[in-house]
Design a protein around this ligand. Structure first.
Ligand code: AHG
Ligand code: MN
Length: 313
């Protein structure tokens, strides 16, 4: 559920909304800079212009793949934002220190274009961002001060939370983000489920979770794009997304820091839950940057039921 944002003739844009939320100027600037960066990503996706970020490649400049280009766009924006002390990207898997004095600054982790290979199939892809105060990126997700994603689908939408609820903005024809949903909240029980991974490699315990969801009549909804699949679970408010540990990959496929923590932050803010089957995702203490974890995320009742079935030995 959510409250449809007031349909007035004066739309509330992203910056106006953020200013109404009693947030720090640096945080507002950071979110707006990431929103600005997404416009270049949109342009590259829509036009296939893979020139160097922001310029045409008519003169034979280096062609880069979309995910490399979007990573450069995000990194350039964050480096020059003036409010970021440390960054880490899923694509480069390294920590870049921008400022040695993290006072008043943020650390940002991001997956610049999750599901990038889906663009050539014209399926929805997205940017995922996690925000910490200070310069320590290997903290549990519970310590984040904000998280957001931008979903490049039939519409371009931006969903964020700074710990005071979850809000959605939709890009208009002028590429401005206007508030379209506020205080997004999830129902306790799911009627759709997204089963990642390969059935033949499921554990017997995970099979039990799938059977429980099928027995309650939940419908399978899976696009293969994490951001689109999570967005569907969050906005419908009646879903659970899973990417389990597999027989040959017990930690699953998705990355804790760049993918799972930001989404778990948003879903918990909307009244949902997220677990690796044993521990809430946000309480996992990361050891390495590219750490993976199994994920069950969405409606609280079903996430709790999944943990129970997984732990039932
Ligand atoms: P990435 O493009 O960052 O590697 O992420 C792709 C992920 C994620 O988008 C999605 O949930 C998952 O791959 C789908 O994996 P399967 O194709 O194995 O279902
Ligand atoms: Mn990813």
């Amino acid at each position: 559920m959510y409250k449809e944002a007031g349909k007035t003739k004066f739309q509330i844009d992203l910056r106006q909304h953020l200013r109404s939320q009693n947030l720090s100027g640096n945080f507002i600037h950071l979110v707006c800079e990431i929103a600005e960066a997404s416009k270049y990503v949109v342009n590259s996706i829509r036009t296939g212009d893979l020139g160097v970020a922001g310029t045409s490649n008519l003169y034979g400049e280096e062609h880069v793949t979309l995910d490399v280009l979007s990573d450069r766009i995000m990194q350039k924006r964050l480096l020059h934002s003036g409010v970021v002390s440390t960054i880490a990207s899923e694509k480069t898997d390294e920590i870049v220190t921008i400022s040695s004095n993290p006072q008043g600054l943020f650390s940002v982790v991001y997956d610049s274009l999750d599901g990038a290979s889906l663009v050539e199939l014209n399926l929805a892809v997205g940017t995922i961002v996690g925000i910490y105060q200070g310069n320590d990126l290997l903290q549990p997700g519970r310590n984040m001060v904000g998280a957001m994603y931008i979903l490049y689908g039939p519409r371009v939408s931006l969903v964020y939370s700074a710990g005071k609820g979850v809000f959605e903005f939709t890009m208009n024809q002028l590429m401005e983000f206007n508030l379209t949903r506020e205080h997004i909240s999830m129902s306790p029980s799911a009627n759709i489920y997204s089963p990642g991974g390969l059935r033949a490699k499921y554990s017997p315990q995970h099979d039990r979770v799938i059977n429980y969801l099928e027995d309650k009549g939940a419908k399978l909804r899976y696009s293969g794009g994490f951001v689109a699949d999570i967005n569907q679970v969050l906005l419908k408010g009646k879903g659970i997304f899973m990417y389990p540990g597999l027989q040959d990959a017990p930690q699953g496929k998705l990355r804790l820091i760049f993918e799972l923590n930001p989404m778990a932050f948003l879903v918990e803010q909307a009244g949902g839950a997220a677990t690796n089957g044993v521990t809430p995702i946000l309480d996992i203490v990361p050891e390495v940057l590219d750490q993976r974890a199994p994920i069950y995320i969405g409606c609280r009742e079903d996430v709790e039921k999944a943990a129970e079935l997984l732990g039932a030995g």
